[in-house]
Design a protein around this ligand. Structure first.
Ligand code: NDP
Ligand code: OXD
Length: 314
């Protein structure tokens, strides 16, 4: 056995069922192991495939060269006390993840644009009335974060003819999108956004960015979709904004505590729509191919897509 082994650390039974067979397939010619039973000598492990870090990771793998995350977000690694010093971090770049996010955001943007939830509530209350929807170009959809997820959503939304806007840390030019950059342009971005979609990474700069002040800058009747991380939202600020009518609805795929406690006030609110952190799901078939390519590239001394600049924080 070599010191080039690849260790997959499943978190759930579903990981064992769904990931192990496809990973075995793509790594047939490699020393591929599944934790915990198949770990063997920890000094053999060169690549760790995992959803996150555990107690002991800092010292458990003396020869680990890279940690390959199964998700796109990396906030669970950056600054973690158990990060194995010297390892590189590769996040998941997966066409299945991007497609899933584009489907989720498009589905909810359309549902909000057409006001289907209000119409359904009306029918339940014996109200058969409906309004003509506004023309799509008068509805401004603002995407916070113009990375892989934001970009996939913009591509999916383009054919519907909404007024597309985007906000990022550095200056971006995206065809057909009015782009805004950094803190100084955030206010202008928010003031004319009717449906706000958060697809930012969670960093010290973005934590709590959806709060009474920023959401208060949106036009009255705006809607929020947060499919990034629960900590982007100052949760205590949301219900007052909805109950005052400033916000129309909120769609949340992520919460500060997942799953939320049964008495979480969001669960009972009629205009908060929650999904169980499933907006985008890494697909084992495509994700396993990405992992194979990433490890091959690392072995050749090349930078794979998804290699994280930890000093940048995302
Ligand atoms: P990327 O790194 O590709 O893109 C991040 C974008 O956010 C970039 O446009 C970046 O700006 C921008 N950004 C970062 N920091 C700031 C800041 N301080 N101010 C303004 N803009 C900023 O990430 P992804 O698109 O791949 O993923 C985004 C997030 O989506 C993930 O971190 C994860 O939290 C979440 N996610 C959620 C999933 C779910 O199922 N709910 C699934 C997958 C991801 P710039 O372009 O200038 O670098
Ligand atoms: C991810 C996620 O970051 O699923 O990939 O949230």
């Amino acid at each position: 056995m070599s010191a080039h082994a690849i260790l997959f650390r499943p978190s759930t039974e579903s990981d064992i069922r769904n990931w192990v067979p496809v990973l075995r397939d793509v790594f047939t010619d490699r020393d591929f192991r599944v934790a915990p039973e198949g770990t063997g000598n920890p000094a053999d492990i060169r690549y760790l495939i995992t959803w996150g870090l555990k107690d002991g990771d800092k010292t458990a793998w003396p020869n680990v060269r890279a940690v390959l995350g199964l998700g796109a977000g990396i906030n669970q690694y950056v600054g973690h006390p158990q990060w194995p010093a010297g390892a590189q971090l590769v996040r998941m770049i997966d066409e299945g993840l991007e497609r899933g996010m584009a489907e989720y955001v498009t589905a909810y943007v359309l549902r909000l644009y057409r006001d289907f939830d209000r119409l359904a509530e009306g029918v339940r209350a014996h109200d058969w009335d409906y309004a003509v929807p506004p023309s799509p170009d008068s509805v401004r959809v603002g995407i916070m974060g113009l990375g892989r997820m934001g970009g996939a959503c913009i591509d999916a939304l383009r054919p519907f003819g909404f007024g597309l806007r985007g906000w990022s840390r550095t200056s971006r030019h995206v065809t057909g999108v009015e782009c805004f950059t950094g803190g100084e342009e955030l206010e202008n971005f928010l003031r004319a956004t009717d449906i706000l979609v958060c697809l930012l990474p969670l960093t010290p700069q973005t934590e709590g960015i959806l709060n009474a002040r920023t959401l208060g800058l949106l036009p009255r009747g705006a809607a929020l979709i947060n499919a990034a991380r629960g900590k982007h939202l100052a949760e205590g600020d949301l219900i007052p904004l909805l109950d005052s009518g400033h916000l129309r609805r909120a769609v949340l795929d992520v919460l500060r505590k997942e799953p939320p406690p049964p008495d979480h006030p969001f669960l009972a609110h009629p205009r908060i729509h929650i999904t169980p952190h499933c907006a985008a799901i890494t697909i084992p078939q495509t994700g396993a191919r990405t992992l194979r390519q990433a490890i091959d590239r690392l072995e050749r001394g090349e930078n794979p897509p998804g290699l994280v600049d930890i000093s940048r924080g995302y």
